[in-house]
Ligand binder design. Structure first.
Ligand code: C2E
Ligand code: MG
Ligand code: MG
Ligand code: MG
Length: 280
């Protein structure tokens, strides 16, 4: 009887776990086909240059429009792509597609692409970037590659060499989500960054939390002294924008400026915006 009830107890909370695992396995199989079936798309979110008031770049953000499940956010499928190694193929597609889109934008507008740490470990990322540049004929200095601190955590010589090679191609290297990972100030010294992006968890509370304001102020000072540009992520209110401007932040990105837009919409957006800026 004890054995029976044990079995029953196990069963009583197992279904959810089993369902979770099954969902993940299904996602994995479906993700394998997503690229070839054209279910992956890129959205682009503008970055506003604060002192000029001009859009200075757009960040490519991957979207999966699943035919049955609907929209699946990258936070759900990027980890699956990383675990299965599919991020290699997907990441290469993102690079090429983003560069191709950007060549139709006004030339002062850069394109930012997120790179997974796995791409540094399992792919020849330098060759892939070089190929994306050659195929799209985009100027290398219009490309920004965003990496998070998790790419640097293992202190790999391979990643370090790749970052310097990428830099020598003329692309910019950006440290994404600054302050949220295993922040090591040493990273700022060791790797060839041009810019850091301060995470939206700090930006969102600059008006309500003295601590967040302090962290943002000190990060801005640090960036300035190290000759790095800085983007504030997740700007949602005019008050946040004005405060960041007053503090000397370089760029802002967030729903206040624009949500991520489809490739067609972003082309309209950047063209109208730069037309307006010229007319003004
Ligand atoms: P991230 O690179 O830090 O991108 C910023 C995320 O914040 C995006 O979420 C964007 O839609 C969201 N966001 C922008 N402004 C606001 C705002 O004002 N408020 C709020 N609440 N959110 C805002 P998304 O598109 O869901 O992407 C999440 C993460 O997935 C990205 O964070 C990035 O780490 C990853 N990701 C997206 N696309 C790619 C890709 O092509 N390759 C790789 N490796 N990772 C990607
Ligand atoms: Mg990013
Ligand atoms: Mg970010
Ligand atoms: Mg972030």
């Amino acid at each position: 009887a004890a054995k029976d009830s044990g079995k029953n107890n196990f069963k009583s909370y197992c279904p959810e776990m089993e369902q979770g695992l099954r969902f993940r396995r299904e996602l994995e199989v479906e993700l394998r086909h997503a690229l070839t079936r054209g279910e992956l798309e890129l959205a682009f979110q503008p970055l506003l240059h604060l002192s000029s008031g001009q859009i200075s770049g757009c960040e490519a953000l991957i979207r999966w429009k699943h035919p049955v499940r609907g929209y699946i956010p990258p936070s759900e499928f990027i980890p699956v792509a990383e675990e299965t190694g599919l991020i290699g193929t997907i990441g290469e597609w993102v690079l090429k597609t983003a560069c191709k889109a950007a060549v139709s934008w006004p030339p002062h507008i850069k394109v930012a692409v997120n790179l997974s740490p796995i791409q540094f470990r399992t792919r020849d990322i330098v060759s892939e970037v070089r190929a994306a540049i050659a195929e799209s004929e985009i100027a290398a200095d219009r490309i920004e590659l965003e990496i998070t601190e998790s790419a640097l955590i293992d202190d790999s010589k391979l990643t370090e060499v790749a970052l310097f090679e990428l830099r020598s191609l003329g692309v910019s290297i950006v440290l994404d989500d600054f302050g949220t990972g295993y922040s090591s100030l040493n990273y700022l010294r060791k790797y060839p960054f041009q810019k850091i992006k301060i995470d939206r968890s700090f930006v969102g509370e600059i008006e309500t939390s003295q601590d967040c304001l302090t962290i943002v102020e000190i990060t801005l000072l640090l960036a300035k002294r190290l000759d790095l540009l800085i983007t504030a992520e997740g700007v949602e209110t005019v008050e946040q924008l004005n405060l960041l401007k007053a503090l000397g932040c370089t760029q802002a990105q967030g729903y206040l400026i624009s949500r991520p837009l489809s490739a067609a919409c972003i082309l309209d957006f950047v063209r109208t915006q730069s037309g307006n800026a010229q007319a003004a």
